[in-house]
Write a protein that binds this ligand. Structure first.
Ligand SMILES: [Mg+2]
Length: 359
């Protein structure tokens, strides 16, 4: 179980449509794939995506961080698992995307060695999930068309990207809601685009127009915990923290301040599976439910997030793991199956990945 080699590969996959938020526009998914091999012949896969606008981690910084982590873990035994995760986290400050990719590959190997799927290793049993889908920030007509199309593909939960101009955003949601079936639920993500006052006005307007909103995600700047609290005290629409919570300690601070109703966990924000589990456990202490989300990543790391959802299915009640289905092509053979709104965990060992598809 000694680590023999770690290799890095960059893969680009075209998206079905450009992905647009208040922070960025992306035309293709760029994924950094990691392969860790052990001397006894096991191969673990990891993955991350350079999401500079959110994590601050660029492609080159991730690759450099992976080289540094590699130097620290080469020759170490995966059986000394917790010790090995500490080495990964202590080998470099921050760089959570790179750490997440390494952790995913190590968890994959550890579970394979025990001949069990990763979700079983983590104590999970649920294998079938539903994900929502993201509607990119565009002009109103395009957003209406995209929402109708998503609904016709079987998605019951849409996450509408907003955060452009809050008055236009009000109009966007009114028009989108009019075009959809009553039972289609709406989550809204402003990606830090509004002030706290604008958000309250926006939410009041939703209530005035009797538009049911499941939650509003990260309406104000990530450091503005007071702003989130200000909104929570003035609206009954639940607030989900995304960019405000990277680390487990961020979760403690925001929950202690009673500033949000839900927390969005992403492996690339928190540094991998171990911290994702820890954040879910912290949220459970505060009787707070979580969403598990993803960046624009492929099926390896998004699949790993689905295994975390299984492991903490009592706390992680919402899945926003749509990135693999936004791509024209798929990345891996085996692993978690992403089919429209349906996610199904494989019962293969570890992540259940049999190999990478040729690109
Ligand atoms: Mg978000």
């Amino acid at each position: 179980m000694l680590i023999k080699n770690m290799t890095v590969k960059i893969i680009k996959m075209p998206l079905l449509k450009p992905f647009k938020t208040a922070l960025r526009v992306v035309y293709e998914l760029e994924s950094i794939i990691l392969k860790i091999e052990t001397r006894n012949g096991l191969v673990g896969y990891g993955e991350t995506a350079p999401t500079f606008a959110v994590t601050g981690d660029s492609k080159s910084s991730i690759i450099e961080a992976l080289h540094i982590i590699k130097r620290h873990i080469m020759g170490k035994s995966v059986l000394d698992f917790n010790q090995l995760l500490c080495i990964v986290h202590n080998s470099i400050e921050k760089n959570f995307s790179a750490k997440s990719a390494v952790e995913i590959a190590l968890y994959d190997i550890f579970a394979q060695n025990l001949k069990i799927p990763l979700y079983r290793l983590l104590g999970g049993s649920k294998r079938d999930f539903k994900t929502g889908i993201t509607i990119s920030l565009n002009d109103i007509d395009t957003m209406i068309q995209d929402s109708i199309e998503a609904q016709s593909r079987g998605f019951k939960s849409l996450k509408i990207k907003l955060g452009d101009d809050y008055k236009e955003d009000i109009q966007r949601v009114i028009e989108i809601k009019k075009a959809l079936h009553v039972e289609t639920s709406l989550k809204l993500d402003a990606n830090q685009g509004w002030s706290k006052e604008e958000c309250v006005e926006f939410l009041n307007s939703m209530e005035k127009h009797q538009i049911p909103i499941e939650l509003i995600e990260q309406p104000v700047k990530k450091g503005d915990i007071e702003g989130l609290k200000y909104i929570k005290e003035r609206s009954s629409i639940p607030i989900l923290a995304d960019e405000s919570v990277f680390s487990p300690m961020d979760a403690v601070k925001i929950l202690e301040a009673d500033a949000v109703d839900f927390v969005n966990i992403k492996l690339d924000k928190c540094g991998g599976i171990s911290n994702a589990l820890l954040i879910a456990d912290i949220c459970k202490l505060y009787d707070t439910k979580c969403m598990i989300g993803c960046m624009l990543e492929g099926a390896i790391s998004v699949g790993a997030a689905a295994h975390v959802a299984s492991a903490r299915s009592d706390t992680v009640t919402m899945l926003d793991l749509d990135a693999p289905i936004l791509c024209k092509t798929s990345l891996v053979s085996g692993g978690v199956k992403f089919d429209g709104a349906d996610i199904e965990l494989s019962d293969g060992y570890g992540l259940g990945i049999s190999g990478l598809k040729p690109t």
